[in-house]
Design a protein around this ligand. Structure first.
Ligand code: SF4
Length: 276
């Protein structure tokens, strides 16, 4: 019998490992009682960064990508997260709901990757909608096919992390194929689903002008994409790689310079994207 832990507040920058050693592998997450239980890293209650207004952000465990610059490798495996019930999340959210509504905010589920635990996140999003909350997920889109139309109907906004427009670069930095993310982006566009595209600018990996240009050309015609958000690489997650005894290839990678950020902004702007 798997145990149920406590939903602990915290921050995406907290290191949380080894909480559920008996958890399944993230590539084989069963729909535990159709999402009644799931694995969670932490949650924050006052983000102004992960969607409009004031956000509660739930960081769920499990990701199938292995980005070389990932800031939160402690969200990769379900076994590092805490097993909790969806009801625990929903009850906690209920306590914040009126404050979130009054500040034009809502719930964002991030990770990790929310679509690894699709039944669990589906339940929480549906409950958030029934509380009248604005809802969002942050996803790489790699598992976008798992989000059926009913799942998307409970989402007001998708924060879509597109790591690269170049298939080779994408494979090199994430260990996975680009195709599923692009197919998901096209589906969101066809549905007119409000989307913010997030692009992590990593010197030496994603900063190539042709790579940025390629992404700008893909995104510019998508009228559902309100913003392209450029996220400068930083080293705040480096300590997690060390603590987890993982080989961190970006230890000498610098944050992008203001000049580089300006160049990338200009490339998106010139292509017709709203960028920030
Ligand atoms: S998709 Fe996000 S959580 Fe997954 S490895 Fe990449 S940066 Fe980390």
């Amino acid at each position: 019998m798997l145990s149920v832990g406590t939903l602990e507040p915290g921050s995406r920058h907290d290191l949380r490992i080894g909480k559920s050693p008996d958890a399944p592998d993230e590539s084989q997450m069963p729909d535990e009682a159709e999402g009644a239980f799931g694995y969670v890293h932490s949650y924050e209650t006052s983000s102004r960064y992960d969607g409009p207004g004031l956000r509660a952000v739930l960081f769920v465990s499990g990701c199938l990508l292995r980005c070389s610059y990932c800031h939160n490798p402690d969200t990769w495996h379900l076994k590092d997260g805490t097993r909790i019930s969806a009801q625990q999340v929903i009850d906690r959210l209920g306590g914040f709901a009126s404050a979130l509504r009054s500040l034009d905010g809502g719930l964002t589920i991030s990770g990790g990757e929310p679509l690894v635990q699709v039944a669990f996140t589906r339940r929480i999003l549906a409950a958030a909608k029934s509380m009248g909350l604005h809802t969002a997920i942050e996803t790489s889109g790699f598992l976008g096919a798992r989000a059926d139309d009913a799942y998307l109907a409970n989402l007001d906004l998708v924060l879509l992390d597109v790591k690269s427009s170049d298939p080779e670069t994408y494979l090199r930095v994430t260990g996975r194929e680009l195709g599923p993310t692009l197919r998901f982006a096209e589906r969101l566009a066809a549905l007119g689903k409000r989307t913010w595209v997030r692009f992590t600018l990593v010197p030496g990996h994603t900063d190539d002008p042709a790579n940025v240009e390629g992404l700008a050309r893909i995104v510019a015609p998508m009228t559902n994409v309100e913003w392209v958000e450029v996220q400068p690489f930083h080293q705040l997650g480096a300590f997690k790689w060390k603590a987890m005894d993982l080989e961190y290839k970006e230890s000498t990678t610098a944050s992008p310079t203001p000049d580089l950020i300006n160049r990338v902004f200009e490339q998106f702007r010139t292509a017709g994207c709203n960028v920030r």
